[in-house]
Design a protein around this ligand. Sequence first.
Ligand code: AVI
Length: 325
Amino acid sequence: MMRSWRARAAAPSGATRQFAVDVREFLTLRPRQLPSRYLYDELGSALFEAICRLPWYPLTRAELRLLEAHGREVFHTGVSTVIELGSGSGAKLSALIAAAGSGRGGLDVHLIDISESALAQARRALETFENVRIVPHPTTYEIGLVESARARPFPGRRLTLFLGSNIGNFDPPGRDAFLKSVRSALSAGESFLLGADLVKPERELLLAYDDPLGVTAAFNRNLLARINRELRGGLDLDGFAHDALWNAAHSRIEMHLRSRRQQRVAVRDAGLDFVMEAGERIWTESSYKYEASQIVSILEKSGFGVRAQWIDAVDRFALTLAEAV
Ligand code: AVI
């Protein structure tokens, strides 16, 4: 007798349920929004890596140049533990360790990233260094900071990294709360290295966030594709245009998805079904740009003293070395 069976749909994970809750909440706000952290599924992370290679997005290369040029100064104080918040591919930390040279001793490296695939990639990049022990933390920054603070195998100083201008994706209250939580995980005298993009001519900023190859547009629209894939959405990707806008009053680049026409937006697993008007936007990301002096005062306000600041004059990017006071 032939057995009949029906494939059982996998129950949604906690992360997918949270995605559904957030999509419902943020898409019904005015202005309509989606949290930028959802840009980074597997495809979104690959698209972001591609953005970092685009000639019009100079942030990654500028930061790498600074890490290569000043790695020795960052490490000179006898760092034995490095904690990287949001390790990505591991390229930035590799550049820093290489720049530190052969004089450094054993190093414990704690990588904190919510993405398991990013952790695996970073591990591969760092495994080539001698005398480096890698401790991955597939979790949030807050939990990873607590976990890494518990482990202190080598005597020596700890250095925490927050690179890639990820600080720019926080709004000011979120940024200050985040920096305070980093500060409270550190002991006085420990170091913190922050990479942040600086204000530059609007024309350059718009090209960086709306590149002629359309990679950033694909990165933005992938958020809609992700909703379709994971939450049984029926969104028409061609119905949305990618907009990058410079908001001078708030010193930030905003990414939006603009509805090209009046259209129905239905997302089954988020319980959503509404109409978007032509020209109506979904705000998907803010990328704040700073003056170098602002970075100093923001760090000071959060309980750090700035020890050094290096600026890439060509592409206007700052690397700031601070100490918990
Ligand atoms: C990850 N983050 C710092 C990038 C940025 O520049 O804000 C994300 C990004 N969005 C569009 N292009 C790159």
